[in-house]
Design a protein around this ligand. Structure first.
Ligand code: FAD
Ligand code: NAI
Length: 506
């Protein structure tokens, strides 16, 4: 009998799984009715629809505020899987979640404007926004007043003013970047395979250069080599021995934020995958077809090199966005801040009263990661929910205190209620400052291998390889925004495994 139950266990697990997914799908398709927010409540303006802002919106009790979200992007992007979109392993829409769907699930209605904040005036408490929509043909500029403002606009790509970077390279931050790279890889491959190319030109076209050995550069290089090994090589064997990936890094090693053991593991895996790593090499100039760099040699001398390339992906980290720079210039307390808006332990922008900042645009002493941004967003939601509840309770205490004299017969009851509210108020007001809890770092390094530095019982567990790859996939799958995203990503992985990546160029 026991065996019969054991035999049935997988069936029950599958049924439970199907029920879980079914419930997720039902919930996503059938949000409850929404109430209109009370116009007398404060206006909370949120800039951006990235990790920081969306985590805030997810947890925020929108009934307590008039919430307005402004972003040029009407979707949330799950950036950890963006490198997989550059090769078509994952289709870009699988990692996008429309902001309208997210906001429709809130209890009270939230306004969304697809526009870009161009400046913030902290004196007049207004945000200037630009709508550059193509359909209208001109730029519409308007002002949106706020009582409270959350800046979550992220960061832009750092170029350090290096000539030619903006004109000739591809970044990897947005969906459009990944689409551009995907097209360009196939353009290089198809052009290299065209009749009558010189050997030199074929080598140039099939040389893919990645500048920046941080996690973005490393993950992209791994994905690119996989694409070549698993698909391009099989489909176009004539170019099989010519395709090359080079990763250029200014520091002595790649992945500087990972432990030494994982850095070595990544570098040796790249060697096996035939990805060339050039460390201590600083790119100085980029032209249409070449990249110029300077290698620091062990004897202290420097050597200048010029490498021809077909595709160049620039992944050298973050720079401050113009709207944030402009705001920093308006606040005297921000004059010494260089990398973004300096915030205090409650994420309030230093030198302001009603402005908070989250994510890559905020300087709170943590790395610019999705993990930090989402925890900051969560923290702010809790803070704002508490602030709203405090106001409601204080108002009720004022009303009850006023009615004490009017209804002396109920004095004992009223006093008890006041006491209870004051107890709640003390508890709510005791808000702890923001504390970041690091769960670990993960990165994909190609050939179905990943590296992970994970926090483990107050210590650190470093692992790399195929099992870590399975952990990487399951961790990111569970972190995807919605059930829809999860199903689409699984579908893409299975589709690519069975039929290969789609190499057609749109
Ligand atoms: P973002 O997520 O960049 O969002 C900014 C938002 O602001 C966007 O919606 C944007 O459209 C909007 N915006 C921009 N300008 C304006 C404006 N003027 N007005 C209004 N809105 C504006 N981190 C990890 O922890 N793990 C990972 O695996 C990981 N992988 C990554 C892979 C890649 C390829 C990249 C590029 C980054 C990765 N990161 C990862 C880093 C992570 O994506 C960022 O730290 C995170 O996105 C920061 O969140 P944010 O909300 O500050 O900014
Ligand atoms: P990064 O700042 O982590 O790395 C950029 C690298 O480019 C640095 O190592 C730097 O030395 C190098 N560099 C700068 N200028 C150069 C030049 N002229 N020539 C050669 N090399 C040069 O940037 P990245 O990878 O874009 O990451 C940004 C943030 O996003 C980081 O905080 C990172 O942790 C996070 N992220 C995390 C991921 C993960 O956890 N899997 C994946 C991608 C990003």
């Amino acid at each position: 009998r026991k065996l019969r139950w054991l035999w049935r266990a997988p069936l029950f697990v599958s049924l439970a799984g199907i029920a879980y997914v079914g419930w997720g799908v039902y919930e996503e398709r059938n949000p409850g009715p929404q109430v209109e927010p009370d116009p007398s409540k404060k206006t909370l303006v949120v800039l951006g629809t990235g990790w920081g802002s969306v985590s805030l919106l997810k947890k925020l009790d929108t009934e307590h505020y008039n919430v307005i979200v402004i972003s040029p992007r009407n979707y949330f992007l799950f950036t950890p899987l963006l490198p997989s979109c550059t090769t078509g392993l994952i289709e870009h829409r699988s990692i996008m979640e429309p902001i309208r769907t997210i906001l429709r699930h809130k209890k009270a209605n939230v306004k969304f404007y697809e526009a870009e904040a161009s400046s913030v005036d902290p004196e007049r408490k207004v945000v200037r926004v630009l709508d550059t929509s193509e359909i209208r043909g001109d730029v519409v500029e308007t002002e949106i007043p706020y009582d409270m403002l959350v800046v979550g606009v992220g960061a832009e790509n750092a170029t350090f003013g290096i000539p030619g970077v903006r004109e000739h390279t591809c970044f990897l931050k947005e969906i459009g970047d990944a689409q551009r790279i995907r097209k360009k890889i196939m353009d290089c491959v198809e052009t290299a395979a065209f009749k009558g190319q010189s050997q030199e030109e074929i080598d140039r076209l099939l040389h893919m250069v990645v500048v920046g050995g941080g996690p973005t550069g490393v993950e992209f290089a791994g994905e690119l080599q996989d694409f070549f090994e698993e698909d391009i090589k099989k489909l176009i064997p004539d170019i099989a021995d010519r395709f090359r990936v080079t990763l250029i890094e200014a520091l002595p090693n790649v992945l500087p934020s990972f432990s030494k053991q994982l850095i070595e593991y990544t570098e040796s895996t790249f060697k096996e995958e035939k990805i060339d790593i050039m460390t201590k090499t600083m790119v100085k100039r980029v032209t249409e077809k070449t990249v110029e760099a300077e290698i620091s040699k062990p004897d202290g001398t420097r050597e200048k090199i010029t490498l021809p390339y077909g595709l160049l992906v620039w992944a050298t980290g973050n720079a401050v966005r113009p709207v944030v720079k402009d705001l920093m210039e308006r606040i005297p307390a921000q004059k010494d801040s260089r990398r973004g808006l300096a915030v205090n332990e409650y994420l309030v922008v230093q030198g302001t009263r009603d402005i908070w900042a989250v994510g890559d645009c905020a300087v709170a002493g943590y790395a610019p990661t999705a993990q930090v941004a989402s925890q900051e967003g969560n923290f702010l939601a809790g803070l704002f929910n508490n602030m709203a509840r405090t106001e409601v309770l204080e108002q009720r205490v004022r009303e009850l205190s006023g009615s004490l004299n009017l209804a002396p017969g109920n004095a004992a009851e009223i006093s008890k209620e006041i006491e209870e509210h004051e107890r709640q108020l003390r508890r709510i007001k005791d808000i702890k400052p923001f504390h970041y809890s690091h769960q670990g770092s993960l990165a994909y390094i190609g050939s179905e291998k990943a590296v992970a530095d994970v926090s483990w019982f107050n210590g650190n567990l470093a692992s790399g390889g195929s099992l870590t790859f399975l952990f990487w996939r399951s961790a990111y799958l569970s972190m995807c925004f919605s059930t829809r995203n999860r199903l689409l990503v699984i579908n893409d992985w299975v589709k690519s495994k069975l039929f290969g990546r789609d190499v057609s160029r749109e």
